[in-house]
Design a protein around this ligand. Structure first.
Ligand SMILES: Nc1nc2c(ncn2[C@@H]2O[C@H](COP(=O)(O)OP(=O)(O)OP(=O)(O)O)[C@@H](O)[C@H]2O)c(=O)[nH]1
Ligand SMILES: [Mg+2]
Length: 218
C-alpha cells in the first residue's frame, strides 16, 4: 500500500455501473470522495459526469464505434488503456469496483482493472450485480459465466443478484422502478463499503436504511 495514500476510490466499470454512478453523483451522498468511470461507450461514459473517466479504446477508436462488442475486444482495449487506468488509480489505498454484469464491457474489463489495482497496491473490493430475469437468459448466462473467475481478481467480492433483490420489491414494480431501487440500494452499499474502508462516516446519511442482506460474499 502506498504510505502516502489518503483515501480510496470508487470505480464504475461499464455502462450499467456508470448509470449507478451517475445517479450516486446526482444524489451527492459520497461527498467529494474520488470516483472513476470506465467504459467503451463514449457517450455513456460522458453522461456519468464523473470527474475522472477512462475511455477504453484501441488506437483507432474502434471499440467506441462498435455496436455489439465481445469481451475479448474489450479486454484488448483495456490492456491498450492500461497506462491511463494506472494513472487514474495510482495513489489510492482502496478500489471499490462496481460492475453490473450482463454486457461485454463490464465482463471484459473488470478482471483486468481489478488485477491492475491490486498490482498497484490498492486493496480491491469488487461489487458485482447479476441481471434481472426480464433482461433475458443470454445476459444472465453471460454474467454467470464469470462468477468463478472474477472474484479471485479482487481481495474481497460481493454479489447482488438483481433477481433475488426483486423479491424484496413491490410485486408490481415497473422495470424503471426496479432499476431505480437497485441504484438506491447500490448507493447505500457503496457508501457503507467506503465507510468501512476509511473508518469514518460520510456526512450525508441516506433517506432509508435498508439492510445488506441481499448481498452475498463470493
Ligand atoms: N442499477 C442499474 N443497473 C443497470 C442499469 N442499466 C443497466 N443495468 C445493468 O447493467 C447490466 C450491464 O449493462 P450494459 O450497460 O449493457 O453493459 P456494459 O458492461 O456496458 O457492456 P456493453 O454495453 O455490452 O459493452 C445490465 O444487464 C443491467 O442488469 C441502471 O440504470 N441501473
Ligand atoms: Mg455499455
Amino acid at each position: 500500500m502506498d504510505p502516502q495514500a489518503q483515501t480510496g476510490i470508487v470505480v464504475a466499470v461499464g455502462s450499467g455501473a456508470g448509470y449507478v454512478l451517475r445517479q450516486m453523483l446526482k444524489w451527492g451522498r459520497l461527498g467529494n470522495y474520488p470516483v472513476l468511470a470506465v467504459d467503451t461507450d463514449r457517450y455513456a461514459l460522458e453522461s456519468t459526469y464523473a470527474p475522472s473517466r477512462v475511455w477504453l479504446t484501441d488506437d483507432e477508436g474502434y471499440t467506441g464505434l462498435t455496436i455489439q462488442l465481445v469481451p475479448d475486444e474489450v479486454r484488448h482495449a483495456t490492456y491498450e488503456s492500461l497506462d491511463q487506468l494506472a494513472a487514474a488509480l495510482r495513489g489510492y489505498h482502496t478500489a471499490i469496483v462496481l460492475v453490473c454484469l450482463g454486457g461485454a464491457t463490464g465482463l471484459g474489463a473488470t478482471p483486468v482493472i481489478c488485477t491492475l489495482a491490486r498490482q498497484l497496491g490498492l486493496k480491491t473490493i469488487l461489487l458485482a450485480t447479476l441481471p434481472f430475469q426480464f433482461e433475458g437468459p443470454v445476459r444472465r448466462a453471460i454474467a454467470e459465466s464469470v462468477l468463478d473467475e472474477l472474484p479471485p481478481t479482487a481481495d474481497l467480492a460481493y454479489l447482488l443478484d438483481y433477481e433475488e433483490f426483486r423479491q424484496g420489491q413491490a410485486e408490481r414494480s415497473t422495470i424503471r422502478e426496479l432499476f431505480e431501487a437497485s441504484n438506491a440500494y447500490l448507493d447505500e452499499v457503496i457508501r457503507r463499503l467506503v465507510e468501512a474502508a476509511e473508518g469514518f462516516s460520510l456526512p450525508q446519511r441516506p433517506a432509508s436504511q435498508s439492510d445488506c442482506s441481499w448481498l452475498k460474499v463470493l
